[in-house]
Write a protein that binds this ligand. Structure first.
Ligand code: FES
Ligand SMILES: [Fe+2]
Length: 462
């Protein structure tokens, strides 16, 4: 379903700042990542009260198509309806609790439980029960139906909330809705889908994607020491030049200027890869920029602005200039991070393990825009793939397969940090200003546990 975009007009290309938030400054103790009690509190008061991105509309195009996703101990079924809408249900038979479906996706006329053959229609209504006359409480058909959850769509994704009293998805997403509406993300296609279990708490993953303080050390960019301090992959990662925003609703945004030659500037001053190829794609001659690596960003913005729409990049008309070149890194409370580029959506999500606070499920996906007539290959986190590539969801054990050089660097740290959280010698975090997004995230979790919602969500009490 297409979302109505009312803010993203060609004459409105500015990106307003988000409001300043006050932080309490708590230290983050190791037991937040190891304690079963805290894990249970998070489940009871936070996971079951927030909007969770669980599915993709294009995965279930036809009535009766279903997709199923696990979150902690729950399994959630999303089903395309006759009227084109999507309903979400707990994946549990109402007879005696058997899982109704196994696997990731499929198509049904009716969901038939394997145990005693109760059959539920795609709208959740029980249509058949064996020996229906033999139930002292009455025939269960039409009465004992699947339990549904709140379900909405945005940016082509299916979002689900276990709290029947929750605020709307739009209210929950706040300014994310406006920012992302500019990209026409519902038309983007998935090119990478890698899922693994990690031996760490889910927050270890989110903390990592909530700061770029680790980038110069963990990701070891090439180049001179000065360049390493400032640039990674043509993006200026220095916190002094980075824009940080924390929304009232609890989501974070970090904007780092990109499209520079930076470390891809060869020692003789010529423009290196991948910027060299990107400039050619946009009708720019890298030879004109020898020794002028700082000028490539503005030139690229201008070229994309001018040539984009005619080349099929129709969303460029709605993007702000910085959205054409820069790295927009979002973390959406509670559990996923996105690096959003003009034509790439790097999706990183951590889901809690069903019972163990020291494990999580980690997804690393890549979506790309689909400009009509474009044939250039797609640059993804795991390399360059052809535009017509059919993506297969790969699920594997930790370390069994590379997730791409950058993410592998992050993932190698996670178990070491998780081990450190058990130490009697760890007295809690000591956070830098540029790590404020971590601080805020944890304060929100504490607020949810205490029964408070962030301002603007659910008519907060503070
Ligand atoms: S548990 Fe599903 S039909 Fe009995
Ligand atoms: Fe990283």
């Amino acid at each position: 379903m297409q979302n109505v975009v009312d803010i993203a007009r060609a004459d409105d290309r500015s990106l307003p700042d988000w409001p300043v938030q006050s932080l309490r400054g708590n230290r983050l103790a190791g037991e937040r990542y190891t304690s079963r009690e805290f894990f249970q509190q998070e489940w009871d008061h936070m996971w079951t009260r927030v909007w969770l991105l669980l599915g993709r509309e294009s995965e279930i195009p036809n009535p009766g198509d279903w997709q199923c996703e696990e979150v902690g101990p729950e399994s959630i079924l999303m089903v395309r309806q006759k009227d084109g809408g999507i309903n979400a249900f707990y994946n549990v038979c109402q007879h005696r609790g058997n899982r109704l479906v196994t696997g990731e996706k499929g198509h049904v006329n009716r969901f038939v439980c394997r145990y005693h053959s109760w059959a539920f229609m795609p709208d959740g209504v029980l249509a058949y029960a064996q020996d229906a006359e033999d139930f002292p409480e009455g025939d269960p058909c039409g009465k004992v139906n699947l339990i549904s959850l709140r379900c909405e769509t945005f940016a082509g994704f299916i979002w689900v909330n276990m709290d029947p009293e929750c605020a709307s998805l739009r209210e929950f997403l706040g300014p994310i809705w406006d920012d992302w509406s500019r990209y026409d993300l519902h038309t983007w296609k998935r090119y990478v889908a890698l899922t693994t279990t990690l031996p760490c708490n889910w927050k270890v993953v989110l903390d990592n994607f909530n700061e770029s303080y680790h980038v110069p050390t963990v990701h070891k960019p090439i180049g001179t020491p000065e360049e390493r301090k400032r640039m990674h992959s043509g993006v200026d990662t220095n916190y002094r030049n980075t824009r940080f925003d924390l929304s009232d609703e609890g989501h974070n945004r970090m904007i780092m200027a990109g499209g520079y030659a930076g470390v891809s500037l060869n020692s003789d001053g010529t423009i290196g890869e991948p910027l060299n190829s990107i400039m050619h794609e946009w009708g720019l001659n890298p030879a004109d920029f020898v020794g002028k690596g700082d000028e490539t960003r503005a030139a690229l913005q201008k070229a994309k602005r001018t040539l984009g729409p005619a080349k099929g990049y129709t969303h460029y008309d709605k993007l702000a200039d910085e959205q054409l070149t820069d790295a927009f890194h979002y973390t959406l409370f509670p559990n996923f991070a996105v690096s959003l580029w003009s034509d790439g959506f790097h999706f990183l999500r951590a889901r809690p393990h069903p019972s163990d606070p020291e494990q999580c499920v980690f997804d690393n996906w890549w979506y790309a825009s689909q400009p009509e007539g474009e044939t250039a290959p797609i640059r993804t986190t795991v390399g360059i793939v052809p535009r017509d590539h059919e993506c297969r969801h790969e699920v594997f054990a930790a370390g069994e397969k590379s997730m791409g050089r950058t993410i592998d660097g992050d993932v190698e740290i996670f178990p070491l940090q998780q081990a450190g959280f058990h130490s009697r010698g760890y007295v809690g975090s000591y956070l830098a200003g540029q790590e404020s997004r971590i601080r805020r995230y944890h304060e929100l979790i504490d607020d949810y546990i205490a029964g408070r919602r962030p301002e603007r969500v659910n008519g907060s009490d503070g």
